[in-house]
Design a protein around this ligand. Structure first.
Ligand SMILES: [Zn+2]
Length: 64
């Protein structure tokens, strides 16, 4: 088994409770799903973190 283990970048996705705008940003320590996010850029309403996920950089695609 090869073990190159590229580090995935972690993102937090915030969803506006008012207009549904989704904002993707880099994960910050302490983030968790349903935590309050930053104010919506569109309508300034509260957002919550709706999901947290990791993504591998596109240049390091695994070939099977
Ligand atoms: Zn909004």
């Amino acid at each position: 088994m090869k073990k190159k283990d590229p580090k995935p970048e972690i993102f937090s996705e915030e969803t506006c409770q008012s207009c549904g705008e989704k904002i993707r940003r880099s994960f910050e320590e302490g983030d968790y799903v349903f935590r309050a996010g930053s104010p919506c850029k569109k309508c300034s309403s509260d957002t919550i973190i709706s999901s947290i996920y990791g993504e591998y950089p596109p240049e390091k695609q695994e070939k099977n």
